[in-house]
Every structure is written in structure tokens, then in C-alpha cells.
Design a protein. Structure first.
Length: 186
């Protein structure tokens, strides 16, 4: 089961949270990202949905050498997800999977070996997003107290990140900002 399926399964148990999540993902707002976080057993899944402009400063297809390099640099940073999503050390969470997809960026530039959506076609009248899935396996998930989200440090285009959280113990929502970028899990 991939991270999106896990998140969908967990979120499906709460109609209210699912409705809020669906509404949250409809808007494409520059400076704002959306992060879904689910802890299911020992699996910690995160799904990031963000306008590309937040991450690389543009939303068009990466055709120039400069744009391609920006896309590759973004992908390199996100593929080092353990440094972007820093979990409580005692939970012993280890990164097991990263998938990056954008309609405007060639999969190879994102470090993907399998084809995603055809690149070069921007969504929504020239607005393109990045969808990113991160899966961690936690040896001690009961010890996961927080995740420090370093997206604000890595990508200056973020003003805020709307979070939906589901664990075996709680469901909730949060808004992260550069000055408050730690997400309480328990």
C-alpha cells in the first residue's frame, strides 16, 4: 500500500476531516503548501502538495539549463526528506520512499525513473504544482512526539503550510509558519 492509499484509508474513517481535506486541496495559492500526515502503525506517511513557485520560483516547464538545475536542486533537497521532516529521534523513523511528480517538470529531473504525468503541460492556466509523497518506517512510533518541518528553511517561497494530521490517537489540523514549524503528533 502506498502512502496516498494509507492516508486515504485513514482519512476515510472521518467524513468531516475528509471533507476539510478535499476543500483544502482545491485551492492553488502561492506561498501556501498543504501537508497531509498519517501515522498508521509503524508507517509515517506525508503528502506535500505545493505550487511549484514555492519550491523553485516558477511554474512553467523547466526547459532552460537554469530551470532544469533549479528542479534538480529542489528534488535533491526533497529526496533528503529526513532532513526536511525531522522526527523525534527516539521514534527511530527511517526514510523508505520518496515520490515526486509535477505536470511541468520531467520525471527524470525529479529523480524519478518511472513516468508520471506528461511534463510540460502546466495545470490550471499556467499554474503547476508538485505532489510529493514521503514514507518513513518508525521502529518506535509511540515515541513520535513531533516533526520539525524544515520546508521554510529549504524553500523561501513558503509563507504557510496547512496540515491535516491523522494518527491512531488523534486527528487534527494545524497551520505551520516560518516561526512555528513544529508539528505535534501525540
Amino acid at each position: 500500500m502506498n502512502s496516498r492509499q494509507i492516508i486515504a484509508t485513514i482519512l476515510g474513517s472521518s467524513l468531516l476531516l475528509s471533507s476539510a481535506l478535499a476543500l483544502a486541496h482545491e485551492a492553488h495559492v502561492h506561498g501556501v503548501g498543504k501537508l497531509d500526515v498519517a501515522l498508521d502503525g509503524k508507517t509515517l506517511s506525508l503528502h506535500l502538495d505545493s505550487p511549484l513557485v514555492n519550491l523553485i520560483g516558477f511554474e512553467h516547464a523547466a526547459k532552460s539549463a537554469k530551470d532544469k538545475q533549479a528542479a534538480q536542486d529542489m528534488a535533491k533537497t526533497l529526496r533528503n526528506a529526513a532532513a526536511v521532516f525531522v522526527s523525534s529521534p527516539s521514534a527511530e523513523c527511517k526514510l523508505s520512499e520518496v515520490k515526486l511528480n509535477s505536470a511541468a517538470i520531467e520525471p527524470a529531473l525529479l529523480g524519478e525513473t518511472t513516468a508520471g504525468k506528461p511534463a510540460g503541460r502546466e495545470d490550471h492556466d499556467g499554474h503547476a504544482d508538485l505532489d510529493a509523497d514521503f514514507v518513513f518506517q518508525c521502529a518506535q512510533p509511540e515515541r513520535l512526539q513531533k516533526i520539525d518541518v524544515k520546508l521554510f528553511d529549504a524553500f523561501k517561497g513558503f509563507n504557510s503550510i496547512d496540515v491535516q494530521l491523522v494518527t491512531g490517537k488523534r486527528q487534527g489540523a494545524a497551520k505551520l509558519t516560518p516561526g512555528a514549524a513544529s508539528l505535534a503528533i501525540q
